[in-house]
Each structure stands twice: as structure tokens, then as C-alpha cells.
Unconditional design. Structure first.
Length: 345
């Protein structure tokens, strides 16, 4: 049987470009090349698409221009060699992209047009999960608690005296911890808004939740959902900033991921049940990491949903799956198999 041709997208023009490249390197190490024929497609920070030998190479220079075609008759990758173009028909695409222009529905829309099956959530769920205000509204209507929040659009100025501090100010549609500030009083609000607006014109002011920061990884299989072990983000101070540090693979300055989480079994079940409800309410498919707060009264409160979570050696999603006995190569196999069998695309 011939190998499955997999187009693997990485890099991107968003704020999580570097994380994406590291995630793609981890995928490369765990991809069975006897079963899969990978086509590595790097996207530069400027938005140029490059067919290359892999994410661990000098791919921006040792490459040729390429792009996915929205023409379903071509069903694949258009590669340019000077003035001549050729087409590589792809069986499935794995967008190893995070954050803006990666997991916000934009790439997913292109893939829907192309008719190529792809790993991960569809357009609607990608949009909803990326925009935290939309996710909160949908999940709240499904009965899952969310933080209290208000939306601040570009040009609007909230009354600093009207807020119940502490609050978090964050871009509504940005990845990781980019642009997020914890605000303890009115004097800190202007700088926090200015920082958040560097990443998005739509900003959330969100009530701080007192509780443990807990996560649950979700993997869709042909027989249902597989959940990783719940993890606990143990902080020594501040808030989680792992992807903002210069060498996160060497450890975080203020956080440690504990998987399985150091909480009782009944609390782990509360978190897992809530994660499944969130996943279903938002229409997720394939993969997601559901981040929550667990309060002292055993309430799971949604923080955010990552539809293409970090897949690096230090990322939470692979760590939670590994703690549950599922190695990352098996995760990659299942993601590709699930995408290939998705009849909706």
C-alpha cells in the first residue's frame, strides 16, 4: 500500500511562529515515514509559502515557492520551479500552526475550499474557540461557568473605577499569553489595554478567578473521545508565560506542569466531564486542549480552548497524553487517521 501524502504546514505570520516551528520539529520526530510521505510547507513571518525538507533545516532559504490550491480539481500543492509549476496531490493536511492565522479559521477556510481533509477543528469551531468572548457566550449557554468579562473595542475607554480588581486584560483573539496583563488597580489599566491592542483591536477585561489552573487534553478517535490525564499548572507567582520565555524548553521561570494533576480523583472527573462538555458545545473535532480553573467549591470554570495546542517537547498537550499512556507518535497517527476519515470535508 502506498504511503499517505501528508502536507504539514508550520511557521506562519502570527505571534506564535517560533512555537509552531518547534511543534513541527516534534511532529517530524514522531512521524512514521513508512506510512506517511510528508511534504513540509513552511510559512515565513512575511507570509511566503515554501516547500522544504523539514522544519529543522534552513527552510526559508533551502526551499521552493509553493501554495495550497483552492481549486478542488487540483486537490493539492502547487509547486513553482522558476516559471514552471507542478502539482502534488495531497491526501491530508496537518496544519501545525498556532494562534493568529493558524487556529482562527483562516487556514481552515482555505482547506475547506481545497477539499483536502485536514487535522483539527473546522472553520466555525476554530473561530469560536479563538475568540474568547464567543467561546464564553457559547459555553455559558451550555451551562459551563465562565469568568465575568466585558468587551472593549478599539477607541473605547472603560471606566477604571467601575472594575472589580484584580482583572485580566487580554486580546480577544490571540494565542498563548501574548498581550495579557494582570491588572490590580485603575492606574495599571491604560498600559494593559495598550499592550493587548498590539495584538488585537478587540480586548477583553476579565474577572480574575481564584482557583487552580487545570487543563485537559482531548483527542477524537473513531470510537469516541480519548482524554489525557488532567494537568495542574503550579505557579510560583504571576501567570503562565511559557511561550514568552526565551528558552521554554529549558523550563519556565514561574510554572511547572504536573500531570497527573495533584488533585483528588473526584476533582479530576469534574474537570474531564467539563472538558468534554466544552469540546462538544464548541463543535470541536480531532484535537483540543481545554484550560480551566478549578475553584475551592469544586467548580470548573472555562479559561480558554486551544484547537491546535502546542506540540513541542515541553508543551502541555503531549505531556497530558503521555501521562495517560499515549505516546506522541500514536497521537500523530490518530490525528491523521481521524482527518482522513472525516466525511464532512
Amino acid at each position: 500500500m502506498s504511503a499517505t501524502k501528508v502536507g504539514i504546514l508550520f511557521g506562519g505570520i502570527g505571534e506564535e511562529h517560533d512555537v509552531s516551528v518547534k511543534s513541527a520539529c516534534e511532529v517530524a520526530e514522531n512521524l512514521d515515514t513508512e506510512r506517511y510521505e510528508p511534504y513540509w510547507i513552511g510559512i515565513t513571518r512575511q507570509g511566503s509559502w515554501k516547500l522544504c525538507k523539514g522544519p529543522d533545516t534552513d527552510w526559508e532559504h533551502d526551499s521552493v515557492p509553493a501554495s495550497l490550491s483552492p481549486n478542488r480539481d487540483l486537490h493539492g500543492l502547487v509547486v513553482w520551479h522558476g516559471d514552471e509549476a507542478s502539482v502534488i496531490r495531497l491526501d491530508v493536511v496537518f496544519p501545525v500552526l498556532h494562534g493568529t492565522m493558524g487556529e482562527d479559521g483562516t487556514i481552515q477556510g482555505l482547506l475547506e475550499l481545497s477539499g483536502i481533509p485536514y487535522v483539527g477543528c473546522g472553520v466555525e469551531s476554530s473561530v469560536a474557540c479563538m475568540d474568547k468572548s464567543l467561546a464564553y457566550l457559547i459555553v455559558g449557554n451550555a451551562g459551563i461557568p465562565t469568568p465575568g468579562f466585558q468587551i472593549v473595542m478599539d477607541g473605547e475607554s472603560p471606566d477604571p473605577q467601575a472594575l472589580d480588581y484584580p482583572v485580566f486584560v487580554k486580546p480577544a483573539r490571540s494565542g498563548s499569553s501574548f498581550g495579557i496583563s494582570k491588572v490590580n488597580g485603575p492606574d495599571e489599566l491604560p498600559d494593559a489595554l495598550a499592550l493587548a491592542r498590539r495584538y488585537d483591536s478587540k480586548v477583553l477585561i476579565e474577572q480574575a478567578i481564584v482557583g487552580k489552573e487545570i487543563g485537559c487534553s482531548v483527542l477524537e478517535t473513531g470510537s469516541g473521545l480519548t482524554l489525557g490525564e488532567v494537568d495542574h499548572v503550579a505557579l510560583t507567582g504571576g501567570f503562565l508565560r511559557i511561550h514568552l520565555e526565551k528558552t521554554p524548553e529549558n523550563g519556565s521561570q514561574n510554572s511547572q506542569f504536573i500531570a497527573p494533576a495533584d488533585i483528588p480523583q473526584y476533582q479530576q472527573r469534574i474537570v474531564k466531564d467539563a472538558a468534554v462538555k466544552v469540546y462538544r458545545a464548541l463543535g470541536c473535532t480531532g484535537i483540543a486542549r481545554v484550560d480551566m480553573f478549578l475553584t475551592d467549591d469544586d467548580t470548573a470554570v472555562l479559561n480558554e480552548v486551544n484547537t491546535l495546542p502546542g506540540l513541542t517537547s515541553y508543551s502541555r498537550y503531549p505531556g497530558m497524553m503521555k501521562a495517560a499512556g499515549l505516546t506522541f507518535d500514536k497521537v500523530v497517527d490518530q490525528l491523521i487517521a481521524n482527518a482522513s476519515a472525516d466525511s464532512r470535508r
